[in-house]
Design a protein around this ligand. Structure first.
Ligand SMILES: *Cc1c(COP(=O)(O)O)cnc(C)c1O
Length: 233
């Protein structure tokens, strides 16, 4: 199946549920991205700042770029002029820097707070208490150029679908509580970014509003160092 075929398959499957499809194009070539673009995709997710900046310069201007990787504060300035949504925000310090750079660019930047849900040590994210503390803080209430539009999470990398479903379900319960406590009147707080190629169906069943699909659309990722030598797929 071609990239365009894969894309159409995911689009029809996901978007009938009203869920947004983020095509995760990290390590993929511009040609591969353009194939998805010409098949109708406009939202692309990247996890490296430099790569996203380069692609944004080279590719059509109506693409919405989502930063899905862990973002370092000192690199926010490079993506602040154009990024549509930052998925993985997991500290007040990072949020303050995004706010500062958004202000410099005279815009408001939408963010998702990343919640730690996996049964692993390696994943980034805020614990429930930490997230609540952040939202309650005086520093947070002073940030006028960012908008928290929802939560993002990555489930445990396991074949145990029941465990994945429980993790996504608990996130949805937590999301509903946060909505009532902090964003009751804010219609924009509505996004749950969960689900990747391996677990997006479970994620959608458990309330996801945005799935991040990479390998399912583009095929296996090329290893970074060989990027220049091997074309995608
Ligand atoms: C790479 C990546 C994805 C996409 O993963 P696939 O398994 O290729 O679909 C989704 N979310 C994040 C945060 C990623 O880094």
């Amino acid at each position: 199946m071609s990239i365009a075929d894969n894309l159409k398959h995911y689009k029809s499957e996901v978007e009938t549920d009203g869920v947004k499809l983020i095509a995760v194009s990290k390590t993929q070539t511009n040609d591969a991205i353009l194939e998805a673009y010409h098949a109708g995709q406009r939202i692309f997710g990247e996890n490296q700042v430099q790569e996203m900046v380069d692609k944004q310069l080279q590719l059509p201007k109506d693409i919405e770029w989502h930063m899905i990787g862990h973002l370092q504060s000192n690199k926010v300035k490079y993506i602040a002029p154009f990024v549509t949504l930052i998925h993985g925000v997991d500290s007040l310090k990072l949020l303050q820097e995004i706010n500062k750079q958004a202000l410099k660019n005279k815009r408001t930047i939408d963010c998702l707070l990343q919640v730690y849900i996996a049964d692993e040590d390696t994943k980034f994210g805020l614990g429930h208490d930490e997230l609540i503390e952040l939202l309650r803080s005086e520093e947070f209430s002073g940030l006028k150029n960012i908008r928290i539009v929802g939560l993002m999470a990555i489930a445990t990398n396991t074949k145990n679908e029941k465990q994945i479903a429980i993790e996504f379900h608990e996130l949805k319960v937590f999301f509903d509580g946060i909505k009532v406590s902090f964003f009751r009147k804010d219609d924009y707080f509505k996004e749950i970014s969960t689900g990747m190629s391996a677990d997006y169906k479970i994620a959608i069943e458990e309330g996801s509003t945005m799935v991040r699909i990479g390998s399912g659309i583009f095929g296996k990722r090329i290893i970074k160092h060989f990027k220049a030598d091997i074309s995608a797929n």
